[in-house]
Design a protein around this ligand. Structure first.
Ligand SMILES: O=c1[nH]cnc2c1ncn2[C@@H]1O[C@H](CO)[C@@H](O)[C@H]1O
Ligand SMILES: [Zn+2]
Length: 387
């Protein structure tokens, strides 16, 4: 007998399900214990707490202010302990290890090299240290029976003036561990068009970039990111909801929302981060529910695991609870992410066909072997369809 009804996954199934992550900040994902350790060895004395548990709680609370600007202030402490080669290697290795343990099989992790120069490293040394850490972390994950592939995205800070230089850096390392470029930081007052020369340069080089847009600022930011800058993906993009009208059960898309959906522009959505910065009120009200129903190219991401106290599994757990998503829905989000990754097409396809789909197929067949097999699980949520 076939399993006729998709089931709501358990927390354990969510963790074991293969996941792809496109939006995760290296300086937003440190283990609290590592921050304390490095601060001690490098003599950084400004940490608000020195007990790892209390420090972790401090980050979550400080980031929970409802304002992106205040959220971003917490990065002063993580960047402060990411200034030496050893620290960068360690943080990157642990990042890859932690993601792999959480069932992430593919990740693009971003950071801003310009924020790691305070102790005298060059931009190149920063990139090479992080790459070295990712390779070590991938190896340690393999030793522990996990498989993960991690690529770096180089971020330029939108309030600064180094974006062209960072874009050139991303291009120089494109065959050695760096898969693309991004801009981040406070959105209001710093439109992406300030960095047109960087984006133009990358387009001439046939390189890839994503832009944080439509998080703390609305449609004009998304419009600029796409139509002036030519972004391949949108970091967050939640405010696209402002261009969607719902009346009497009818939904109509404005020109920009229609463009985003028609062109399959990937949206890197980060639900918990959005609740913390005030971009959404609750998981249930998060635009991801509607955007998924309307078949936008939506992906699920962590943004900052430390500040949001989250993991990919937790993000999916919240969505499963809010929207009754099934393993089919999880697979849909994951395939969306993999289709939107910046690595070459043949590698994306192999990851989808050889890793992601078989992983979900195995999980979906588990009910056959459970005690009392033959009883299909309870029906719930929406089934996956389309792309
Ligand atoms: O959600 C976000 N929106 C905008 N900028 C962010 C977000 N999360 C982190 N950063 C910024 O990106 C830098 C490089 O990783 C971080 O230092 C932080 O300032
Ligand atoms: Zn982000």
């Amino acid at each position: 007998m076939q399993n006729p009804t998709p089931s709501v996954p358990t927390a354990e199934q969510i963790r074991r399900a293969p996941k792809a992550l496109l939006h995760d900040h290296l300086d937003g994902g440190l283990r609290p214990g590592t921050i304390v350790d490095i601060a001690r060895t490098t003599g950084y004395t400004e940490l608000p707490e020195t007990d790892p548990d209390r420090l972790g709680a401090w980050f979550r609370e400080a980031a929970d202010s409802g304002s992106l600007e205040r959220y971003l202030e917490t990065f002063a402490h993580t960047c402060a302990v990411m200034q030496t080669r050893d620290a960068l290697v360690r943080v990157a290795a642990e990042c890859a290890e932690d993601l792999a343990a959480d069932g992430v099989v593919y990740a693009e992790v971003r950071y801003a090299p310009e924020q790691h120069l305070e102790a005298g490293l060059t931009l190149e040394e920063v990139v090479e240290a992080v790459n070295e850490g990712f390779r070590q972390g991938e190896q340690r994950a393999r030793d522990n029976g996990h498989r993960i592939r991690v690529g770096a995205l180089l971020t330029a800070m939108r309030h600064a003036a180094r974006s062209k230089e960072i874009a050139e850096l991303a291009n120089r390392y494109r065959d050695s561990g760096v898969v693309g470029f991004d801009i981040a930081g406070a959105e209001a007052g710093y439109p992406p068009t300030r960095h047109l020369d960087a984006f133009d340069y990358l387009k001439r080089e046939n390189n890839h970039f994503t832009i944080h847009a439509g998080e703390a600022f609305g449609l004009p930011s998304i419009w600029q990111a796409l139509q002036w800058c030519g972004a391949d993906r949108l970091g967050h993009g939640v405010r696209i909801i402002d261009d969607i009208e719902q009346k009497d059960g009818e939904v109509s898309l404005g020109r920009l929302a229609a463009y985003v959906r028609d062109k399959r522009v990937p949206l890197e959505m980060c639900p918990t981060s959005n609740l913390q910065t005030g971009a959404a009120e609750s998981y249930r009200e998060h635009p991801i529910g509607l955007l998924r129903r309307l078949h936008f190219r939506v992906t699920v991401n962590t943004d900052n695991r430390l500040m949001s106290g989250t993991t990919m599994s937790r993000e999916f757990g919240h969505l499963v609870e809010a929207f009754g998503y099934t393993l089919d829905d999880m697979q849909w989000f994951t395939v969306n992410a993999m289709k939107s990754a910046f690595i070459p097409f043949d590698e994306r396809l192999a990851m989808i066909n050889e890793v992601i789909k078989p992983g979900y197929a195995e999980l979906k067949a588990e009910w056959l072997f459970a005690p009392g097999a033959g009883t299909p699980p309870v029906a719930s949520g929406s089934a996956a369809s389309g792309s």
